[in-house]
Design a protein around this ligand. Structure first.
Ligand SMILES: *Cc1c(COP(=O)(O)O)cnc(C)c1O
Length: 331
């Protein structure tokens, strides 16, 4: 099937703004643009909205009436899936890879407001979460419902197609503004966003380097996942284009001590974006990508005067939850 024929439901406020940020540009010695996917709407915004447009489209095309997905207790993906379900008139079940957390803050508070059914797995185990989702789907089927399982992070060839479309949107904006982008830099977690962006760059034959800043996984693992998913996303969307492993660029130097744990540089990035441009990053994803941006420009790996696009993928609700609630189950 071709991208234009893939079922899609309008969920996001698109196009998102493409903004030049002069004060950060000057500070970093580059020409810096932001792509504001933190403003996609859908219960406070973020990158999952673009993936969910195709995932919910697929669910509806298959006659499903319930979305099931998984993530950590501060998962933006879970929150936006709950919002997408609400908007499309579907039920939603979320399987959290943690113990129950008594305090509802940040994303978890929004999940409850959005009317999702919350299930706590008790442990941080992705494989068990997958099994629990299948079990839940079976139970719901017996009750006469038609469940659709959305993979972790919405990262499948269907979901990642949202970021091929996003590259098309960006091309229209850069053409109109008469600018060219040499680098795209962004936070990379479950591989879908990077796979989709790279698929878009390849599909439209653009001279743009996509630099994924891992927020959790080691470089070798994430690069392999991005490569496989990029290849599958291209073929699923009907493109003959191929991608090579060398075109997948992942940095894992900015993860620090782990997912959701701030580093000195991620805190510096968060403060710098806020102070110089009034733009709020999130502590788990975009601040780690921001750390990468600062380091790569300061070291000249992204050369002076380069035209760089920082893709803001959202995540702000996590700022409003205590840091230990991000990743560690609470007894
Ligand atoms: C999920 C998420 C990402 C990473 O996207 P992937 O497609 O999982 O790599 C980046 N930023 C934010 C705010 C997210 O919620």
């Amino acid at each position: 099937m071709f991208l234009k024929d893939m079922p899609r439901v309008k969920l996001a406020a698109l196009p998102t703004a493409l903004e030049y940020v002069p004060r950060l540009s000057q500070n970093l010695g580059i020409e810096l643009y932001l792509k504001r996917d933190d403003n996609t709407g859908l219960a406070v915004g973020g990158n999952k909205a673009r993936k969910l447009e195709y995932l919910v489209g697929d669910a509806l095309a298959k006659g499903c009436d319930t979305l099931i997905t998984t993530g950590g207790p501060q998962s933006n993906h879970c929150r936006m899936t709950a919002a997408a379900a609400a908007k499309a008139g579907l039920d939603c079940h979320l399987v959290f890879t943690s113990q129950d957390i008594a305090v509802r803050q940040g994303n978890l508070l929004l999940d409850e407001l959005l009317g999702a059914n919350l299930h706590f797995l008790g442990v941080d185990d992705g494989i068990l979460a997958g099994e629990r989702m299948i079990e839940l789907a079976e139970q719901l089927k017996q009750q006469g419902q038609k469940p659709y399982i959305v993979p972790l992070g919405g990262s499948s060839p269907v979901g990642a197609a949202g970021y091929i479309r996003a590259i098309k949107e960006l091309m229209d904006q850069t053409d109109l503004a008469g600018i060219s982008v040499e680098y795209i830099i962004h936070a990379s977690g479950s591989a879908g966003t990077q796979a989709g962006l790279l698929a878009g760059v390849k599909a439209f034959n653009l001279p743009i380097k996509v630099l994924g800043m891992s927020v959790s996984r080691p470089k070798q693992r994430l690069s392999g996942e991005v490569f496989n998913l990029c290849r599958d996303t291209l073929s699923n969307a009907g493109f003959n284009t191929t991608v090579t492993p060398e075109e997948v660029v992942v940095y894992d130097e900015y993860v620090g001590n782990g997912y959701g744990i701030p580093t000195e540089l991620s805190i510096e990035a968060l403060r710098l974006f806020a102070k110089l441009e009034g733009v709020i990053l999130d502590p788990v994803y975009t601040a780690k990508a921001g750390a990468g941006l600062l380091d790569l420009t300061r070291k000249g790996i992204i050369p002076n005067d380069s035209s760089v696009l920082f893709w803001h993928t959202g995540g702000s609700p996590a700022l409003f939850a205590e840091q230990e609630l991000h990743w560690r189950p609470r007894a």
